[in-house]
Design a protein. Sequence first.
Length: 230
Amino acid sequence: MSPVLELRNAGKSFSMHLQGGVNLPVVSGVVFQALPGQCVVLAGPSGAGKSSILKMIFGNYRCDTGEILLRDRTGVTDIATAEPRRILALRRTVMGYVSQFLRAVPRVAALDVVAEGAEPSEREAARAGAAVLLQRLSIPERLWRLPPATFSGGEQQRVNIARGFLPERPLLLLDEPTASLDAANRATVIALIEEKKHRGTAIVAIVHDDEVRRAIADVEVDVTRFAPAA
């Protein structure tokens, strides 16, 4: 079985322009892969570089060294060297991403935030799927037509989760998806992750909750192994 995602000696550093251009290495020599139907959890303390790795995979951070190989039906793309337009295309069709914070257009209803990105011909089906997810994540129907900016932090995160889980894409990236949730909604997210895995989605996740990590992880990658040499 071919991996959906493979990192080969990927590395990232930042130039501190306000400190005379000092180079600050974050991670080096990152190596792991994610197979269809497999959840890979990135483990390690805060500041170890877990979120930086996810952002390199998604293309928000440029990978300085190595390769980040993403496979779809058209072939394999190296995210480390891909043009921005190619990365944007992959985000529309191959990669999903649930960040820690909801970023949505103001005044857009929660139902439409979750369904955004659907093709016009699929808009009604997407809205129906969005309604199912919002209901499963305990967002009351009376809130569906209100903008998420008016919601509590936990409600916003559940809208964010629904938006990330609605599309069926080969790769799903999760950055602390359960951090703001109560026990019932954590259980719902665990169930949603298992359903994605059964449908063949490869998942790379950051999860600090030990119970959630034990429930979803097929493979744990210790990110401290990729700390740059002193």
